[in-house]
Design a protein around this ligand. Structure first.
Ligand SMILES: *Cc1c(COP(=O)(O)O)cnc(C)c1O
Length: 384
């Protein structure tokens, strides 16, 4: 089955959590911290659930759903996307070395550069748009490669197959943050990755109403290692949040198709505007990474960015747009316009931002499901 069908038919069409056929089309929310274990003392029978940090039936339904969608052995849910990133890195030890793409999500960069560095996990950032840079960064103690494509906020493309091949021959565990694409558009495990990460806060939840993270492992063995961190580190989500994400996933296809269409319309329109200097969207024919992207993904996604000619124009756009929320985050049904230098990339030193091309004129758009004609009319008055 295609992912569009799997979003609905993934083993959780009806509730399986009770072991009795209630026929319920929704998964119950098990709002409990603990599970009665009397049977063990009566008959020695062990049971699947004992304490809700270790496992909860609502969470399990979501974890099995994301594993099915990404085509992996095991899925795990976390209290945020960053909790999923931190927990995945938690399978490594002090003295291990990780190679990561230099333009990964700002919060992931911070985990590497502050938190895990203090705990002795070595880290090298490379420009992964040239896979040779990964080869050059390998050391005797390199254990993992961490990638994200398209990148944020400039939508640069990393050749997943080429990079994952290099990593496999070096025996590395490969981790791909698939938040921007979702399994509907890109399935990194099928391209050779070992662990896929999501901020389910974004497209999977899809309604800007929950903070959530997910991870899927290619093998059972990696699944066991990640489960030890999920249970031991303890950054787990509550059952309500799992239920909200599980419900959001059901409509991922229709949302993302509509958002992607709107993103393409906006990109084509923006590049004709006199006050726009550049547009970054892998759906555009002139995008340098377009061919590589379309060889590894089924669409260009719903995030794009553009540079105005002056700083004033960018700031005025954010002040004047009525349909786009000037906010951080992305992937929701509502269009969001963010200003990376003051938001996602505020913590990165100005010189480093300049090197990465994140200027004061850059605006990032996450297209929502509004009518694209209305978005264009609104952007038009905001850019005047
Ligand atoms: C938002 C985001 C994260 C972090 O997720 P949270 O849910 O905010 O913790 C990680 N990676 C990417 C690509 C993101 O966009």
């Amino acid at each position: 089955m295609k992912v569009g069908t799997l979003l609905i038919h993934n083993g959780h069409e009806t509730d399986k959590t009770l072991g009795i056929p209630t026929g319920a089309l929704g998964t119950p929310i098990y709002q409990t911290s603990t599970f009665e274990q009397g049977d063990f003392f009566k008959s020695g029978k062990t049971q699947e659930f004992d304490y809700a940090r270790s496992g909860n039936p609502t969470r399990k339904a979501l974890e099995e759903t994301i594993a099915a969608l990404e085509g992996g052995a095991r899925g795990y849910a976390f209290s945020s996307g960053i909790a999923a990133v931190s927990s995945a890195l938690g399978i490594f030890a002090a003295g291990d070395h990780v190679v990561a793409a230099e333009d990964i999500y700002g919060g992931s960069y911070r985990m590497f550069n502050t938190f895990y560095k203090r705990w002795g996990l070595e880290y090298t950032a490379v420009d992964a748009s040239d896979p040779d840079n990964i080869k050059k960064a390998l050391k005797f103690n390199t254990k993992a490669l961490f990638l994200e494509t398209p990148s944020n906020p400039l939508l640069k493309i990393t050749d997943l197959r080429a990079c994952l091949d290099i990593a496999r021959s070096a025996g590395l565990v490969t981790i791909v943050d698939n938040t921007f694409m979702t399994p509907y558009l890109q399935r990194p495990l099928a391209l050779g990755a070992d662990i896929v990460i999501h901020s389910a806060t974004k497209f999977l939840g899809g309604h800007s109403d929950v903070i959530s993270g997910l991870a899927v492992t290619r093998t059972e063995e990696l699944g066991k290692r990640l489960y030890a961190v999920q249970n031991g580190f303890g950054a787990v989500p509550g059952p309500w949040d799992c239920w909200i994400v599980q419900r959001g996933i059901k409509t991922l296809k229709v949302r993302l198709e509509a958002q992607q269409d709107a993103a393409m319309r906006l990109a084509l329109w923006l590049k004709e505007q006199p006050n726009v200097e550049a547009v970054y969207y892998p759906g555009l024919a002139e995008h340098p990474g377009r061919a590589v992207h379309l060889a590894q993904a089924d669409g260009a996604g719903a995030v794009l960015s553009f540079k105005t000619r002056t700083i004033e124009q960018a700031r005025r756009f954010l002040a004047k747009t009525r349909l786009a929320a000037a906010a951080v985050s992305l992937g929701g049904v509502e269009t969001i316009a963010s200003y990376p230098v003051r938001m996602s990339h505020a913590a990165i030193p100005p010189a480093e931002r300049a090197r990465l091309g994140v200027t004061d004129t850059l605006v990032r758009i996450s297209a929502g499901i509004e009518d694209a004609d209305d978005l264009i009319a609104d952007f038009s008055q905001a850019l005047e």
